[in-house]
Design a protein around this ligand. Sequence first.
Ligand code: ATP
Ligand code: MG
Length: 421
Amino acid sequence: MSILRAVKGMNDLFCPELNMWQKIEKTAAEIFSAYGFQEIRTPILEELSLYVRGVGEESDIVAKEMYALKDRDEKMLSLRPEGTAGVVRAVIENSKVGLDGELKSFYIGPMFRRERPQKGRLRQFHQIGAEFFGVAEASVDVEVIAMLHDFLAALGLQDLKLILNTLGQPEERVDYLKALYDYFVLHSDNICSDCQRRLQKNTLRILDCKQPQCVKISEDAPLILAFLSEESLEHFNEVQAGLTRLSIPYEVSPRLVRGLDYYNRTVFEIVASSGLGAQNAVAAGGRYDGLVKKLGGSDVPAFGFAAGIERIVLLLIEQSGAAQAIPLDVVLVYADSIGKEKAFELLYQLRRKNIKADLDHKSRSVKAQMRRADRLGSKTVLVIGEKEVQEQSGQLKLLSTGETLSVSLVCSAIEEALQIN
Ligand code: ATP
Ligand code: MG
């Protein structure tokens, strides 16, 4: 029979690496909650039209990366390729944000894109994202970027760079897009076939192309700053001043655009200087003041980001080494049936004190139980037999040094002895 395999680009996850994921998710929840963000969970399947309207028909995601399927009523659905559109749909549908309403939401979960799998690029990947609805002020851009910065710093990640740009307002972009078009049309024979399509339908996205010939041509493309209104320039200056006040270093990159169509004004990426190869963006986001209205809600400004968990894990492993298994505190080893009874009694008492305790269910020899304890990486073992039960005392053995310690066979005494060691 042929071996069943996971879908290409969709990974199984195991401990101890998964312990890193749990730590990342817990850290995010703690820090985001200090910033007043609350978790939101939305379905993994949505109507496909949500992404066409929300992310944009000409985005790579919608043009070629969606996992679409037909429901029984013929309605087209898609596995979510990103989180923002679903969150926006949910807050509109459930009236969570009105005209003056503010809402701070964060989400954690899997996203699906039919990309070519490579290091840091999967078909099922996971994002931690946050969205701040209801405020157009630049200080919100600063707050959300600061929260992401604090989160990545709390994980101990190093050598990250915050890259910042502004895309202005849609009406300011009209002339800019014309200038971009006029520039790229002169080079249309030398840009990649994707960009030739973008040239007609979404010129801005050429600046986001990773093909070397397109990157080279983009270097001399017109810059957006010259086309911005006073207000947009002021907004961008305020974001920069706010970040500086918080001592968050950044770099302005006038050619940074995002792959999704809904952004205006501030856009940013956090990239790793090394360790991720071509997939160096750890997180990205920006302002999307028009999206809530575009998806049928009120005119509510918003700002958000998404960070890729797989890329964070790759960086953590690169910078601090592979994840280590969390060791057991103690394995109770029994020598006979009386010892086994006592061991079971203590086992559950210890676990109820959050002590990582285990024993061998299979009544094997003391030697075999000891080998198992070693294999499981327990810090200590406690051997219990009829004699120990009678004396109400046993020897707690430290597996790293072989040292032993007399302990009473009561939960509190074992707990205390484990704390010392
Ligand atoms: P890239 O330019 O690397 O394709 P993107 O612009 O498509 O990224 P976003 O849609 O902004 O990325 O998603 C935000 C973050 O999610 C990225 O910075 C990255 O960390 C992560 N991410 C995006 N696509 C993938 C993927 N296919 N596999 C793993 N992580 C991903
Ligand atoms: Mg992408």
